[in-house]
Structure formats: C-alpha cells, structure tokens
Design a protein around this ligand. Structure first.
Ligand code: ADP
Length: 492
C-alpha cells in the first residue's frame, strides 16, 4: 500500500455494528459504532432485524470513510468480519429479507437437534463438519425460517431465496445484489460444509433440509468478494477479506502457528487454538473448525465456545441493575474477599462447550445474608474464568497444552478478571496493545490481497500487559464451580 492508503474493517458484532479504519502499520485511525436492537420473542429465542444490521453497518462505515477522507487517506479495500452462525434468508430478486435473523444464541431448534441425535446422526455430522448437533449452528436455523414463513420452502426450492450468514448478507447488500458469497470460516459454522473436502455437502443438505440453490459460493478468506456499489461510499471499493469474528480475532492475534491460542471475551467467550493443516478431532466435545483458508489451503483450529461472557456483565447492568457500567464490575470485585463462596452459572441461553446443554438455565448459588453487589459482580467475572478453565482442561485432554493465552475483546479491559484468569489457569495471560483484534484480523485479510505478508502482520503484534499467575489454590474454588454447574444441569 502507498503512504496514505488504508483499509476499512467492518466488524458486525452481536450487539453492535462497528467500522474501523487501519493504516498500513495496523494502527486505528477512525472508528464508529452503533448498537442495535436485540429481540427475545420467546424463551430461548434471540433475533436481529437484518435491515437494522445493514443500516447500522452502512452508517458506521460511511462515518469512518468520510472522516479519513478529510485527512487525505485513501480507503483501498474492505475486510469484513461478523457474528458467526446467525442466519438470514432473503429474496434473490428484491433483496428483501423474509424473516428476522436467527441469532447464534437462539435455542429454538433444540428439539430438531435432539431428534437428529436420537436418530444417530451426530457422528456423521461431527465427522464431516467438526461440529456437534446443537441449535448454535446455522443449518437448523435456515430450515426453521423456510419452514415457518408461509410459502418460503416452495420459493426456496424454486431457487428464489438466498441463505447467508451475516457476511454473505452484507456482501450482497454492499455489492448491490451482485455477489452471493461467503468465506470458508463462516461456511464451516453452518453444519452444511464439509471441512475436509471444503465443499457444501449433499448428505448434510438433505439431512438438514436446506436446498443447495440457497447457498453462497465459498471463497478463501483473502479473495475477491466483489466491489461496493459506487453510490454507498462515493466510489466503488473492493471487498478483499472475510472471516467469522473468532477466526478474525485469531488472525488479529497472529495465531498462525500450530499451538498458538487466543481467547476473546465479548458477548460470549471463544478459545481457538491453531492445529495447522490437520483437523484435530476432539474427544472432549470441542469443535474442529476452519481457522482460515488462504490460497486454497485450509488451516484448522480447535475451538471452545461459551455463549455468555460479557453478556452476564450486561445482565448485571441492564437486567438486575446492580452496576451502572460494565467497568464498575472491576471496582466492585476488588472489594470482595477471595473464597466468598458465591457462584454464578451464567447459563442464560444454555451451556456451550464442553457441556452442550441447551436446556440449562442460569443460577446464583451459595448466597448468605452477607452477599451483596460486590459478591455478585465478582462471581460473574469468576464464572467466565472458570468456564475458560473448563475449555482449556478439555483441550489438554485432547493433547493441546499452551504455555500462554493471548486475550482480547471488550471484557479484557478488566484487569481484575485477567489476573483471576491467569491464577485459575495457572498460565500467563497476554493482552495486546490493539484489543480490537477482530476488526484488525479482517483488515489484515484484505491487506494480504494487496501484497502484505503474514510476516509483516506478525511483526505488528505488540504486548500491552502480561498477567503472571500468582500463588493461588484453585482446587477448592474449581470444586465449588463444578458442583454449581451440576446443580444447574440437574435443575433443567
Ligand atoms: P461483542 O463484539 O460481542 O459485541 P465486545 O468485544 O464489544 O462484544 O465486548 C463487549 C462486552 O464486554 C459487553 O458484554 C460488556 O458487558 C463487556 N465489558 C466491557 N467492558 C468491560 C469491563 N471493563 N469489565 C467487564 N466487562 C466488560
């Protein structure tokens, strides 16, 4: 890239749509962000309005493009990263969506997944996709939409409807309906994509009852995804990079070598470890997934996904309103004595890895008359660390033993949590200077298409702070946590 060239990263997250512009050294030069509405129409249902996602994304992108232009920067390309699995179905002709997006956290298709499990389909699905039979993934969500919107299945079978994860939907809108594409990482989260052959899989399409004509073309993460309609940004800009948010974060954290690992703490928490060109098949209910695909070559990852991390802090703020802002949880936790005996199991939308229990619901256990806001705040932050412990323990049983954990996401501004995490894991926790690794990863992918190398990217990573484990006896605390998880699971 030339001196004032820069990359626009679109980061379409679960609670907000963000746009960031990065200069050629990976420094942020402009950001804009808009929250959008979360819909909870019924127990376990979570929806977004795709039109609101589009409007907030476009507005954020237009804000930053306008801003950097006044500073004589030239936006040369776009990278997109997105909340994964969230599913949208739209009309190929009009571009209109036919239903709200069904969000990754949504549990409405749990009965279908239970039936398919009872029918003995789990092994085949896991062998082909690396995923488990769980409502988390897109296939059952797409089928639900076409089965529940009047006339939709017929239209889908006639080739009139398109399915896409949020990246596809945004690419479609950004290119004025010219391109229906996705990348291999997003495809790998649908349960319809064979991660070994790197193709949509007939047997899976039949099993989940999703017509092939609805599906986007699957491309590498750094590829030509078309160019934006000239009316949107005053000129047409090529879209050159796409990856799901957790994979983008792994790229932003430079997890390019076998064994390198990162954990992102946003709405949920996601640990990804690079397993190189091998698919590591978990014996411990973790997911095998595509880390990235470049020049037609997939690199794989082992992933642990927790549905609720920062969302539990949001619940403290908006649900029971015991804090005014998320950072207040840190000040409160600092006032609490260790070993207070209160446990929070944040199973608001079921439990993810390694439990995969869609019916579990959240609870606070072990309260006394001395329990107050501080204990609740601290128990909430601790629960996120305990859940990370469970993921790393499962990874270790699968043969992965990291020697440090790179962290990122909105929650890792919380120093108290990072230190507790290092103590519980007995592992150094490293926080990079640029915490917006997800957007950075998307920008890096686009930059790879314009001549930047993986080596250039690696030399950009720099440490903000390392949290070293302190002498700490975690065994009693972990025993209490596991008892609390058991209680929650036996209640459902
Ligand atoms: P997402 O990309 O999933 O929308 P972010 O990475 O922006 O999420 O992180 C936002 C989440 O982090 C919110 O759920 C918020 O409650 C939580 N959060 C932000 N700052 C803090 C903090 N200082 N302490 C604890 N949680 C925080």
């Amino acid at each position: 890239m030339a001196g004032k060239d820069c990359v626009l990263a679109i980061d379409q997250g679960t609670t907000s749509s963000r746009a960031m512009v990065f200069d050629r050294r990976g420094a942020v030069i402009a950001t804009s962000q808009y929250e959008f509405t979360q819909y909870f129409p019924s127990d376990g249902y979570v929806e977004h309005d795709p039109d609101e996602i589009w409007k907030t994304t476009l507005k954020a992108a237009q804000d930053v493009v306008t801003k950097v232009r006044t500073e004589n920067y030239n936006v040369t390309s776009i990278g997109i990263t997105n909340q994964r699995e969230t599913s949208v179905v739209w009309d190929k002709k009009s571009g209109e969506v036919i239903h709200n997006a069904i969000v990754w956290q949504d549990r409405r298709t749990a009965p279908v997944c239970r039936r398919l499990t009872a029918d003995g389909c789990g092994d085949m699905v896991q062998a082909k996709t690396g995923l488990l039979l769980d409502p988390y993934f897109s296939a059952t969500k797409a089928a639900w939409i076409i089965d529940n919107v009047r006339g939709a299945r017929k239209r889908a079978e006639a080739g009139e409807l398109a399915f896409g994860t949020i990246d596809s939907f945004l690419i479609w809108r950004l290119t004025g309906g010219k391109v229906h594409a996705t990348d291999a990482t997003n495809a790998s989260r649908t349960s319809l994509f064979n991660i070994e052959t790197q193709n949509w899989d007939e047997e899976l399409l039949t099993l989940f009852r999703v017509p092939a004509s609805m599906l986007p073309e699957v491309k590498d993460c750094a590829a030509d995804f078309g160019a934006t309609d000239a009316s949107l940004f005053g000129k047409s800009i090529p879209i050159l990079g796409v990856a799901g948010d957790q994979q983008a974060a792994a790229i932003g954290q430079c997890c390019f070598h076998e064994g390198s690992i990162k954990s992102t703490y946003g709405t949920g928490c996601f640990v990804l470890v690079n397993t190189g060109n091998k698919i590591l098949r978990s014996q411990n209910r973790l997911l095998s997934t595509v880390a990235y695909r470049l020049n037609g070559k997939p690199s794989y990852a082992l992933e642990g996904s927790i549905f609720v991390a920062g969302a539990a802090v949001q619940w403290l703020r908006d649900g029971i309103q015991i804090i005014d802002s998320a950072p207040e949880s840190e000040a409160l936790a600092e006032t609490v004595r260790p070993g207070h005996g209160v446990y929070m199991v944040p199973a608001f939308t079921g439990l993810g890895a390694p439990y995969w229990d869609p019916d579990a619901r959240a609870a606070v256990l072990g309260m006394t008359r001395a329990t107050g806001r501080a204990e609740l705040a601290s128990a909430t932050l601790e629960s996120i660390c305990y859940q990370t412990y469970d993921l790393l323990a499962a990874m270790e049983r699968d043969g992965v033993k990291p020697n440090a954990l790179r962290v990122d996401g909105g929650m890792v501004a919380n120093n108290w949590m990072n230190q507790f995490l290092a103590n519980v894991l007995n592992l150094p926790v490293e926080r990079p200077k640029v915490m917006e690794t997800t957007a950075l990863g998307a920008a890096y992918l686009a930059a790879l298409q314009t001549g930047v190398t993986m080596k250039d990217i690696e030399s950009n990573w720099s440490l903000d702070r390392k949290f070293t484990p302190e002498p700490f006896d975690s065994s009693k605390l972990l025993a209490g946590w596991h008892k609390a998880v058991e209680c929650v699971r036996s209640f459902s």
